[in-house]
Design a protein around this ligand. Structure first.
Ligand SMILES: [Zn+2]
Length: 140
């Protein structure tokens, strides 16, 4: 019988073959796949920091987003997002993709070289590639 860790490892390999990594725009920057570990009933996104460094987004924003999307409590410890429930890597990957679509990708030129700026309490995705400023429509 295969050990749980081995199964996890194989599942991860399959994911890697399928999607390699989350795509950043037209493949110019690669975002690492989430690395997940389970501790009791909790899910740890071990490489939260690496993912967010690529995306240049605040950890609190991603935490709040996941909390809303998954409808479960999340917390931050040592730059790691901990979800207070067991969540599969497929779901986490798809939620990070959704986060990118809503908070990172420029809707005009589709690039991910963007920053968030706040004006009159409205948050905009400011694109460093094409200069567009597009309001974030997702309500956290
Ligand atoms: Zn743009």
């Amino acid at each position: 019988m295969k050990s749980y860790l081995k199964l996890l490892d194989e599942a991860y390999k399959k994911l890697e073959e399928k999607g390699k990594v989350l795509k950043k725009g037209e493949g110019e920057i690669e975002i690492p796949l989430p690395k997940i570990s389970y501790h009791g009933k909790f899910t740890y996104i071990e490489n939260t920091k690496e993912i967010l460094e690529k995306l240049r987004r605040d950890i609190k924003l991603l935490m709040k987003f996941l909390q809303k999307e998954l409808n479960v409590g999340c917390k931050i410890e040592n730059n790691i997002i901990i979800i207070q429930k067991k969540i599969s890597i497929d779901i986490i990957k798809s939620k990070i993709d959704k986060f990118i679509e809503n908070f990172v990708r420029c809707p005009i030129c589709k690039k991910l070289d963007t920053v968030l700026v706040k004006k009159d309490r409205i948050t905009f995705i400011k694109c460093e590639a094409c200069g567009a400023e597009s309001p974030v429509t997702y309500k956290i």
